[in-house]
Design a protein around this ligand. Sequence first.
Ligand SMILES: Cc1cc2nc3c(=O)[nH]c(=O)nc-3n(C[C@H](O)[C@H](O)[C@H](O)COP(=O)(O)O)c2cc1C
Length: 200
Amino acid sequence: MDFLEIAKRRYATKKYNAAKKISAEQIEELKQIIRLSPSSINSQPWRFTFVTNETVKKELASQSYMNEQAINDAGLLVVFSVMDNIEHFEKRNIAILPEGWITGFYEPMIKANGDAATQSWMEHQVYLSLGYFLSACASMGLDSTPMEGINRTAYKEILQQDGYAPLFAVTVGYADVSDLTHPSVSPKSRFDLEEVVKSV
Ligand SMILES: Cc1cc2nc3c(=O)[nH]c(=O)nc-3n(C[C@H](O)[C@H](O)[C@H](O)COP(=O)(O)O)c2cc1C
């Protein structure tokens, strides 16, 4: 597998082929992959909700602004949520960690900064899993779109997952041939390598 080629091919798909859906086996593989996502001190403050039920997907799509059509056309929508009760997070996820990770890192470097900073750090872990997931999709020949353009409050109400707050979503499927954002039509736009990567 040539990762550079995969990185050049992956792009935020805007238009999906509604007739070509991701298979049940691919969905199962993606579930196993996302579970293995890394996080600081293995804190795993997340939930990944795989939505294939068309009624639920349509309801979420209607709360997704400019992303509505893509969600309706793609076969899979994954909602990435963060745990939103720090007390519960500490009991379930932190208390089971090696003592040194808690007293040497979590307590002095995260918790000591207060609840808002701790919650923000938890969200960073979920965002990290997004990059991992997008790369995994591309490596499987699947197209995907990360979406912050969702109504988080409405998503929380629709999904009814106590203790978890939706942050963003990802559609997965196959791009339509007419998608004008495909890299073959719209070349990737990035700052020059020399500007963003430094060697010392
Ligand atoms: C966290 C995040 C949120 C994004 N939200 C949206 C979104 O709501 N809708 C959308 O069409 N693209 C969204 N994008 C896609 C970006 O616009 C896209 O990744 C960026 O322009 C670079 O293009 P490329 O991914 O095709 O290389 C999002 C990307 C990221 C990483």
